[in-house]
Write a protein that binds this ligand. Structure first.
Ligand code: FO1
Length: 325
């Protein structure tokens, strides 16, 4: 892609989103890509401000991500955690020695008065990341799980400490009513720059993408923006989502198929999406998704290697070119 192709904004959360964001960072010049990241999973633990989706993305972009775990850093050691356990500290949320440096440095910069955006810029610069990584807001938005028992759990307490065991009634994003969308993104979406397209990465539509779309009129800004919006399905029907997320989505009768995700976006955010990317395994859903008014693109969407990430990113660039203006 040449430098005159304008600017791309990717919306991302979790590991799936980070994979495509890495691919995009490899096929676009750094000044052509910004990634807007969910911060609803963030929480304060042991006095440290933890931002899992920002960290998954930064570690992916700087080739430090722990591929096996899906979070934290490659080649991690656990001396701190072991010592903490011996002192009777909480070890359910596993903090590796390298990962711990991120949380300590971020917490220190926040305490000195920097915004989360400024902290993220500093961390990215020191990690050698050249694209723009933006927290969705500098305010605090906390994803909370409302259990069928009536208990309300912080996301990490539900997802990691309780391992998604408590049956879920609903999810709420505390603070979202008053939080402000990152101003840098407001400029991109409100037409004050050459935004070519918005790419919704293959992240959990409910837990990772919904907080971003619900924040400060972001969905409305996307509709008003001239830039087309394309989403990559996070679910390949052939590979139903595994583990705790599947249980949670099942309990909330949320979609666990590519078609279901398309229906979720169109019914909850009418007018936001222009196109939807599905895997070849879901080719049979093409007509049903087109009937929702979406342009459908089909390719390999499963990303295991760096080559896969780059290829999908390249395909998405091609799709952006051919999307109806
Ligand atoms: N996920 C786990 O399942 N167990 C953990 O012990 C764990 C620790 C952890 C530490 C730092 C970090 O940035 C992420 C961590 N995660 C852990 C993953 C995290 O809960 C999820 O990646 C996101 O919240 C889901 O988007």
């Amino acid at each position: 892609m040449t430098a005159d192709q304008g600017h791309f904004l990717a919306l991302s959360g979790g590991v799936g989103g980070a994979k495509l964001a890495l691919g995009l960072s490899q096929v676009l010049p750094p000044e052509a890509l910004s990634v807007l990241v969910n911060t609803g999973d963030d929480f304060t633990h042991l006095g440290l401000r933890i931002c899992p989706d920002l960290d998954s993305l930064m570690y992916a972009l700087s080739f430090r991500a722990n591929q096996a775990l899906g979070w934290g850093q490659e080649g991690e050691t656990w001396q701190f955690l072991e010592a903490l356990g011996q002192l009777g500290g909480e070890t359910w949320f596993r903090l590796g020695d390298r990962d711990l440096a991120t949380h300590i440095q971020r917490t220190q910069w926040l305490a000195s008065g920097l915004t989360l955006t400024e902290v993220t810029q500093n961390l990215c610069r020191n990690l050698g990341i050249k694209i723009t990584v933006l927290p969705m807001t500098d305010d605090v938005v906390a994803t909370e799980i409302i259990c069928q028992s009536g208990d309300v759990l912080a996301f990490q307490h539900y997802f990691v400490r309780e391992q998604c065991q408590p049956p879920v009634l609903n999810v709420q994003f505390k603070g979202i009513e008053t939080a402000t969308l990152n101003p840098a993104v407001g400029a991109l979406l409100d037409g004050r720059s050459d935004l070519t397209a918005v790419i919704i990465c293959p992240s959990n539509p409910f837990v990772s993408v919904k907080p971003i779309l619900d924040l400060d009129q972001t969905a409305e800004r996307l509709i008003k923006s001239a830039a087309p919006v394309i989403a990559v399905s996070p679910i390949v029907s052939g590979l139903a989502i595994k583990g705790p997320a599947a249980k949670m989505m099942g309990e909330m009768s949320l979609p666990t198929s590519a078609l279901g995700v398309a229906e979720y976006y169109v019914s909850n955010y009418p007018g936001v999406l222009d196109a939807f990317v599905i895997d070849r395994a879901d080719e049979s859903c093409r007509e049903a998704i087109e009937a929702l008014g979406l342009q459908v693109f089909i390719t390999e969407t499963i990303m295991q290697s760096l080559e896969d990430r780059k290829r999908l990113a390249d395909d998405v660039m091609g799709f952006c070119k051919s999307m109806r203006a």
